[in-house]
Write a protein that binds this ligand. Structure first.
Ligand code: MEV
Length: 424
C-alpha cells in the first residue's frame, strides 16, 4: 500500500489516536506502537549506550505531514521540544505540494578521514611520496573494510594537503576518502585512518599524529529544491507576490550579514536536527558540518537560497553536508529510531539525507514567511501559552482552555496560569 502524508485533522486527535493513525498509514507493528507509547529506550539499553547512565531524558516525537518528496508521500518523525516547528514544517510542505513537492538529490556517501603528519623535512617530497604510493595505501585500507567493499562501498581516493606553516611547524594532511554506503561511517573511517598510520610514516619519514574523520563532509552533500506558487503564499492582508518579495528580502539579510545568517541557519537546523535525532543519528556532527559549510567561501552566510521563477513563483534550494546512516550505531540500538526509519520508509542513507534536507528547507521557509509578514511571535505565543498551561499543571481540555484565556488577556505568564488553575 502506498503511504499518504496527507493526514488532515491529525492534530485534532488525541496522542493515542494519532499513534494509531500513523501506525496504520506506515504499517507499523504492535511492537512499534508500544515503542511510540513508551519512548523506546529502557534503562538497560541506556546503560549500554553511555557511561554512568542514571536515567532516560525524554523529548516529544511528533509527525510532520504533507511532505511530497520526488513524488513519494513521506511522513516525517521529528524529535524536538520547541513548539511551532512540526506545525510549520507540515504547513510549508502543504504549500510546496502545490508546486509539485520537493525535488531532492544527493552525492555518493563519501566521508573524509584525516591523517596529520608532522616532523617532515621536505613537505613537497612527502606529498609526492604519498601520491606515488596512492594505490598501495588504498589497498591497505581495503584490507580493513572488506565487508563495506562487499556492500558496494570502500576506499575511493587519497588526497594530500600541505600546510607549510602552522603553530606546530610544517604539516601534511592526508585525506582518505571512503564511500560508507548506508552507514554514517565514523567508526569505520577512524579505524581505516588508524590503519594507515604505519604505512604513511614509512612512506613519508614523518610522524603521524591525529587520525580522525572530518565532520566537514563536503563530498557527502544532499540537496532539496521546491517551487511554491505565489498564489499559495497569500497570507491575511498580504498578497502572494508581496509575500514572495518579502521572503527574498528576509533571505538577502542572511546572505550579507553573519549575525542574521546564524539565526537563519538555526531555523534551517530546526527542521534538520529533529529528524536526525529521531533516526538515531549524530546531530552534533550534522550541526558541525552545516556551519562549516556555511562559511566555506570565507564568510559565514545563508545555507539556503531563495528566488523566483519566470512566473514569479517562489523557488528555494538547500544544499549541505548530510552524513547520516540507516545502519549501525544508535540507529540500530534505539528502538524508537528503528520505528522512525520505518515511518520514513527509507531504503538508503542517501534517501534519508535528502528527506532531512527537504525538511530543513521547509522549516526555513516557515520561519521566513512568518518573520516577513506578521512576525514570529503571533504563532509562537499560541503554542507557548499551551506550554505554560501545561507547566502550571493543567491537563486534558484545561490546557487549551487556560491557553486561550491567557491569549485573550494578552498575559501569558506562569503566574497567570497558576492563578487560573487555582480558580478552576
Ligand atoms: C527560532 O527557533 C528560529 C527562527 O529564529 C529562525 C529565523 O529567524 O529564521 C525563527
Amino acid at each position: 500500500m502506498s503511504q499518504t502524508s496527507r493526514l488532515p485533522g491529525l492534530h485534532k486527535l488525541t496522542v493515542f489516536e494519532r499513534i494509531d493513525a500513523i501506525a496504520q498509514s506506515a504499517e507499523l507493528s504492535a511492537q512499534d506502537r508500544k515503542t511510540l507509547r513508551g519512548g523506546g529506550l529502557d534503562l538497560q539499553r541506556a546503560d549500554k549506550l553511555i557511561e554512568n547512565a542514571i536515567g532516560i531524558y525524554s523529548l516529544p516525537l511528533g509527525i510532520a505531514t504533507n511532505f511530497l518528496i520526488n513524488g513519494r508521500d513521506v511522513l516525517i518523525p521529528m524529535v524536538i521540544e520547541e513548539p511551532s516547528v512540526v506545525a510549520g514544517a507540515s504547513f510549508m510542505a502543504k504549500l510546496a505540494r502545490e508546486g509539485g513537492g520537493f525535488r531532492t538529490s544527493s552525492t555518493a556517501p563519501e566521508m573524509i578521514g584525516q591523517i596529520q603528519v608532522l616532523d617532515l623535512d621536505d613537505l613537497d617530497a612527502a606529498e609526492h611520496a604519498i601520491i606515488v604510493h596512492r594505490k598501495e595505501l588504498l589497498a591497505a585500507v581495503g584490507q580493513q573494510i572488506q565487508r563495506l567493499i562487499a556492500r558496494g562501498g570502500g576506499p575511493r581516493d587519497i588526497e594530500v594537503r600541505c600546510f607549510a606553516e602552522s603553530p606546530a611547524g610544517p604539516m601534511l594532511v592526508v585525506h582518505l576518502v571512503i564511500d560508507c554506503r548506508d552507514a554514517m561511517g565514523a567508526n569505520l573511517v577512524n579505524t581505516a585512518c588508524e590503519a594507515l598510520a604505519e604505512p604513511i610514516e614509512r612512506i613519508t619519514g614523518g610522524r603521524v599524529a591525529l587520525r580522525i574523520l572530518s565532520n566537514l563532509t563536503d563530498k557527502r552533500l544532499a540537496t532539496a529544491e521546491c517551487t511554491i506558487p505565489s498564489t499559495a503564499l497569500t497570507f491575511g492582508e498580504y498578497p502572494g507576490d508581496v509575500v514572495v518579495k518579502r521572503i527574498i528580502e528576509a533571505w538577502a539579510f542572511a546572505v550579507v550579514d553573519p549575525y542574521r545568517a546564524a539565526t537563519h541557519n538555526k531555523g534551517v537546523m530546526n527542521g534538520i536536527d529533529p529528524v536526525v535525532i529521531a533516526t538515531g543519528n549524530d546531530w552534533r556532527a550534522i550541526e558541525a558540518g552545516a556551519h562549516a559549510y556555511a562559511v566555506r567561501d570565507g564568510r559565514y552566510t545563508s545555507l539556503s537560497e531563495w528566488g523566483t521563477d519566470e512566473a514569479g513563483n517562489l523557488t528555494g534550494k538547500l544544499e549541505l553536508p548530510m552524513a547520516v546512516g540507516i545502519v549501525g550505531g544508535t540507529t540500530r540500538a534505539h528502538p524508537a529510531a528503528q520505528t522512525a526509519l520505518k515511518i520514513l520508509g527509507v531504503s538508503s542513507a542517501g534517501e534519508l539525507a535528502e528527506i532531512i534536507t527537504a525538511v530543513g528547507l521547509a522549516q526555513n521557509l516557515a520561519a521566513l514567511r512568518a518573520l516577513a509578514t506578521e512576525g514570529i511571535q503571533a504563532g509562537h505565543m499560541a503554542l507557548h501559552a499551551r506550554q505554560i498551561a501545561l507547566s502550571a499543571g493543567a491537563t486534558g481540555p484545561a490546557i487549551d482552555r487556560l491557553a486561550e484565556q491567557m491569549l485573550r488577556e494578552g498575559k501569558i505568564t506562569p503566574s497567570r496560569a497558576e492563578e487560573l488553575m487555582n480558580n478552576n
